[in-house]
Structure formats: structure tokens, C-alpha cells
Design a protein around this ligand. Structure first.
Ligand code: HAS
Length: 555
């Protein structure tokens, strides 16, 4: 395959040193959260294996405190910090211009303050409400304020990206937005719309309630607003990874992306299909079966952009593998640079995500969902998605990103490789345990190690697999932190001028209908219309008198 890579290495780019430092701090904050989160993850895995975690984790006040730490630290603090830092960098690089230093700084300080407040509330035992923190569970007001600040930090990041884009547009009238910047900015437009639900839930209901300003809240409304964001939040975790899979991995394996337009359409599909959080509420009352049916259909539609991603990225990998001498039907797989930890970790993450996608389809199917909802099957699904596609890709990206930010060589390449494989094998065993446990009726979010009746058939074997897999994942995470710390502290200084990224085989068309893909106003308007059509009737139904009830709480 002799297709040229459309890549211009002469576009000199240097992010100012202070901006590079702020991005590193953002990432290290996320990794500090991950470190605390994975310790509690081990506790969760051992709990499924019927090992009394409280004996071995003396700092843990309750099972739910541990689970809240695990969820909030891993899927809120880590992911938001990573998105803020990494996507800021990719936008700057894509537009070939530095960011606004003040906004970058403000985003970091807000994130830090928010994370500290939320952590303080959880670790002091005042917020055991899990990462899905909707009513009727109530936490200390500092928890909600902390989360508010964390979300505000993402909005500040958005403001920064939009500012850069508008300045770039002024200087490049009539030009298509470079692909790397395009997918980075759409990730944040997507999140800004998606976060409206949880912002309303926290600011209008949960925060005033926890401060005693409201005497009660409507739990169904709180839950529905939460899930408005709770579905698309999973793609806010994933889309920074897609930025890497589309724009960086092809270059890292010497491949190319075949279609610029296909990538833009994939990101716009995620944007337009935001309002399908009701698939988390199939089992809830108060939502019409007709609406659930429509949302089930749209959930199958949101499967498509990931399916397109699977084919596009696999083709880019194949081009790379063949350029590197691979031949035959599958020979290209073996000539991919499996010895590079950054690449190996991300390809393993993709492989795990295939299983994550299949389990997602099972969840999405209304009648099967009624069987697996609230069972261990669901954490089985999401450890194959956020727990591997996302977490393992973040680790893989870190293996080039931290050397670039610190201008140091990666320490311990072999350990980093072992780390990726250990985590990957661990997550497969772990998820297999949870999935089979869930099919045998094992509930999620339950302190199995504390129950005092004989375990039902299938639970013990499932729990052992979960415990073994979770332990391997934990070892993989520890190895990651060893490589990270050693690179930052003792890495050999070197000069890394640029980040690895590529454009596509064909540049985007400069005229015709497809230029409308860059006119975000149309797509935002379409998204808002769909949101109003799906959520308007439900929200309308729940507005006063339910929202501000008087007297005691109304559940
Ligand atoms: Fe999900 C529940 C449906 C994707 C996360 N999901 C959850 C929860 C989480 C979560 C955290 O419909 C639990 C929330 C809670 O606490 O209650 N999910 C889906 C569907 C998809 C999906 C249809 N989920 C994700 C992603 C997540 C995530 C992504 C995190 C990042 N999910 C559901 C439903 C529920 C749910 C229901 C509610 C369950 C319940 O009842 O509670 C789809 O978007 C998945 C599409 C994925 C694919 C796979 C594409 C594969 C790719 C890799 C290709 C490989 C290559 C490598 C290129 C179509 C892109 C080749 C290499 C070689 C060497 C050959």
C-alpha cells in the first residue's frame, strides 16, 4: 500500500512552557484521583470474591463510601481532568496556535478546588451517594459544590477552545477547520449541551436542598435530569480517546485515515444523538412506553458512530500494518508496532471495546435490559468500555504525552508493555466474572462479602473471576503509576518537538455541501430540537408543584 500520508511536519508548533505545565498539572491531578480510585476498585473486586474488604481496608467507613470514591474519582475527576488537559492540547495543535493562558489557569484552579471539596465530603463520610448522585440520596452541600466546580472547569475549557477557534476562523476565512481541532472542539460542544441536565439537577435542586433552602425535591425529576447527562457523559469520557484513535494512532502505526468526512460525521452523530438517557430508565415508572421505544431505537442509532469508528480505525491500522511489511488476510496485525507501549495499550483497549459494544447492545435491548438491569452485568459492560477502552487508552496516550510535556524519555518501556497486557487480561477476566454473575442474578452495588446466606448458584465462581481479574487490573494500574512517576522524576531529558498526529489520505473538500459540517450552528440547533422533543414533555410534567414541594421530602 503506497498511499501518502497528508502530513506537514514543517508546521512548527511550540506550546508556551507555562501552558504545557498547566496541562501536565491537570493530568497529574486526574492521575492522583485514579490512584485513590483504583485502591477502592480492588476493594470492590475482592468484595465480589466474598472477601471481607473492611478487614483489609481499614480506612473504609462503609461499602458505599468506597464505591463512591471509586466512581467519583475515576469517572468524574480523572476523566474531566484528562479531557480538559488533553483536548486543550489537541485543539491548540490542530489550530496551530496557543491557548488563552488565563482561561487554562482558571480551568485548572476550578478543577482542583472542586475535586478537593468533593473528595473532602466523601472521605469524611458525608457523601456516600455514588457517582450517580441523584435524589433521594442526599450528600453534604460541599459535595455538590465540588461537582459544580468540576463541571465549571470543563465550561472554562470550552470557552478557551471556542475562543481559539473563533480567532483561527478570523485569520483563515473560508478554510475548513483542521481535523484534529474539529474533533476536539466538537467533543466540548457536545459536552456543553450534555451537561445542562446535571447542572440543572445540582444547581436548582440538590445544592439548595442540601443547604436546607429547599425542603424537598422530586426524585424522579432529579433522576431524569441526571440521566439526561448520565448517558452522554460516557461519550465525553470516550471522545478524547476517539481523538487519539482517529488522529494519532494512524500516525503511530505508519497508517492513514481514509476519510476526513467520515470522521466529522461520526463526531456530529454523537452530538445530535445526545438525548437518549432514558435507556437508563427503562425500568422506571412515569415515562411512557412509547417514549422508551423511541429512545431504544435511537440507542441503536448511537451504536453506528462507534461501528463506523471500528471500521475506519481498523482500516487505518491495516494500512499501517501493510506498510510495515504485513501481508495476507491477517498478517498486517502482527507487523503493527506491538513493542510500543502507547500503541499496544490502545489497540488492546480497542479489542476490549468490541466486547463493550456487544454488551452495550444487550443493555439497549428493552426486553433483555429488564433481565440485567441493576445486576453485575452492568458493571461488566462498563468496565469493558470506560474501564478499558477509556482507561487503558488514557494510559497508552500518557506514554507519549507525558514524555512530550516533560521533555523526557519514557522510563521502563518493557514495564509499560507488561502493564498494558496485565490490565487487559485482568479486565477480560473481571468483566467475564461480572457478566456471568449478572446473568445468574448477582446484584450490582451490593456488599456480597457481608451477606449471611449461602451464595446462590453461579455467584461464587463469578465472584472469584471478578476478584482475580480485579487484582490483575490493580497490578496493571500500579505498574502504570510506577512508569509515570519514574518518567516524571528520573526520565532522561530529551527533545520532543511535536505530538504524533496525522490528517487523512484525502484533504476535506473545500466547497460543496460538505463544508456545512463545519457550521456548528446547524448541528447544535438540530440537537436542541431533538432534546426538546424527547425531554420537553417529561420535564413539563414534573415542573411545579413537584419541584418545590413544601413540608417534608416527598418520597
Ligand atoms: Fe453503556 C450502562 C448502552 C457504550 C458506559 N454504560 C452504562 C453504564 C456505564 C456505561 C458507566 O442501553 C452504567 C451506568 C450506571 O451506573 O447505571 N452503552 C450502551 C450502548 C453503547 C454503550 C448501546 N457505555 C458505552 C460507553 C461507555 C459506557 C462507550 C463508557 C465510555 N449502557 C448502555 C445501556 C445502559 C448502559 C442501555 C443501561 C444499562 C442498565 O440497565 O443500567 C454503544 O455506544 C457501544 C458502541 C460500541 C461499539 C464498539 C466499537 C468498537 C471499536 C473498536 C474497534 C477495534 C479495533 C481494533 C479498530 C460499536 C471502535 C482492531 C485491532 C486489531 C488488532 C484487529
Amino acid at each position: 500500500m503506497s498511499t501518502p500520508i497528508v502530513y506537514e511536519p514543517d508546521r512548527a508548533f511550540a506550546l508556551p512552557a507555562n501552558q504545557r505545565r498547566l496541562i501536565s498539572l491537570m493530568l497529574y491531578l486526574g492521575f492522583a484521583a485514579l490512584a485513590v480510585g483504583v485502591v477502592n476498585g480492588l476493594a470492590q473486586a475482592l468484595n465480589y470474591a466474598d472477601i471481607d474488604v473492611f478487614r483489609y481496608f481499614p480506612g473504609l467507613h462503609t461499602y458505599y463510601e468506597g464505591l463512591t470514591v471509586h466512581g467519583v474519582f475515576n469517572v468524574i475527576v480523572l476523566t474531566f481532568a484528562f479531557a480538559n488537559g488533553f483536548v486543550s492540547l489537541t485543539t491548540a495543535r490542530g489550530l496551530n496556535r496557543p491557548l488563552n493562558g488565563g482561561l487554562l489557569w482558571a480551568a485548572f484552579v476550578t478543577l482542583l478546588a472542586g475535586a478537593a471539596l468533593a473528595a473532602g465530603a466523601i472521605l469524611s463520610g458525608h457523601a456516600s451517594v455514588l457517582y450517580t448522585f441523584y435524589a433521594p440520596l442526599e450528600a453534604h452541600w460541599t459535595f455538590y459544590l465540588g461537582l459544580t466546580l468540576i463541571v465549571v472547569s470543563t465550561w472554562l475549557t470550552s470557552a478557551n477552545l471556542f475562543l481559539s477557534l473563533s480567532r483561527w476562523r478570523r485569520e483563515h476565512r473560508g478554510e475548513r477547520i483542521p481535523l484534529l481541532a474539529y474533533i476536539s472542539v466538537v467533543t466540548f460542544i457536545f459536552w456543553d449541551i450534555a451537561s445542562v441536565g446535571v447542572a440543572a439537577d445540582v444547581v436548582l435542586m440538590l445544592l439548595p436542598w442540601s443547604l436546607g433552602i429547599l425542603s424537598g425535591v422530586d426524585p424522579m425529576l432529579s433522576r431524569t435530569l441526571f440521566w439526561f447527562t448520565g448517558h452522554p457523559i460516557v461519550y465525553f469520557w470516550l471522545l478524547p480517546v476517539y481523538v487519539s484513535w482517529y488522529a494519532m494512532i494512524p500516525r503511530q502505526v505508519s497508517g492513514s485515515l481514509f476519510s476526513d468526512t467520515a470522521v466529522r460525521i461520526v463526531f456530529l452523530m454523537f452530538l445530535c444523538i445526545i438525548p437518549i438517557g432514558l435507556h437508563h430508565q427503562y425500568a422506571d415508572p412515569g415515562i411512557s412506553p412509547g417514549l422508551k421505544f423511541v429512545v431504544a431505537g435511537l440507542t441503536f442509532v448511537v451504536f453506528l458512530p462507534s461501528l463506523l469508528t471500528a471500521f475506519s480505525v481498523m482500516y487505518a491500522l491495516e494500512i499501517g500494518g501493510r506498510r510495515r511489511g504485513g501481508s495476507g488476510l491477517l498478517g498486517w496485525i502482527f507487523t503493527l508496532p506491538w513493542g510500543e507501549p502507547s500503541v499496544a495499550a490502545q489497540i488492546l483497549a480497542m479489542l476490549a471495546f468490541m466486547l463493550g459494544g456487544i454488551t452495550g447492545l444487550i443493555n439497549a435491548s428493552y426486553s433483555i435490559n429488564l433481565d440485567i438491569h441493576n445486576t453485575a452485568f452492568v458493571p461488566g459492560h462498563f468496565h469493558l468500555t470506560v474501564g478499558s477502552a477509556v482507561a487503558l487508552s488514557y494510559m497508552g496516550i500518557t506514554y507519549w504525552l507525558v514524555p512530550y510535556l516533560e521533555q523526557k524519555r519514557l522510563w521502563g518501556k518493557r514495564i509499560a508493555l507488561a502493564q498494558a497486557w496485565c490490565y487487559f487480561v485482568g479486565v477480560l477476566i473481571f468483566a467475564r466474572g461480572l457478566i456471568s454473575g449478572g446473568l445468574a442474578g448477582m446484584p450490582r452495588r451490593t456488599a456480597i462479602s457481608l451477606i449471611d446466606y449461602p451464595l446462590p448458584p453461579g455467584w461464587r465462581e463469578a465472584g472469584i473471576l471478578t476478584g482475580v481479574g480485579g487484582t490483575l487490573m490493580f497490578i496493571g494500574a500500579v505498574l502504570f503509576f510506577v512508569v509515570l512517576a519514574m518518567t516524571v522524576l528520573f526520565g532522561e531529558p530529551t527533545e520532543i518537538a511535536d505530538i504524533p498526529f496525522t490528517d487523512t489520505i484525502e484533504p476535506p473538500p473545500a466547497s460543496g455541501w460538505l463544508v456545512n459540517l463545519d457550521r456548528f450552528g446547524y448541528w447544535v440547533a438540530a440537537t436542541i430540537v431533538l432534546c426538546v422533543l424527547i425531554y420537553g414533555p417529561i420535564i413539563y410534567h414534573h415542573i411545579p408543584p413537584e419541584l418545590y414541594s413544601s413540608g417534608s421530602t416527598n418520597y
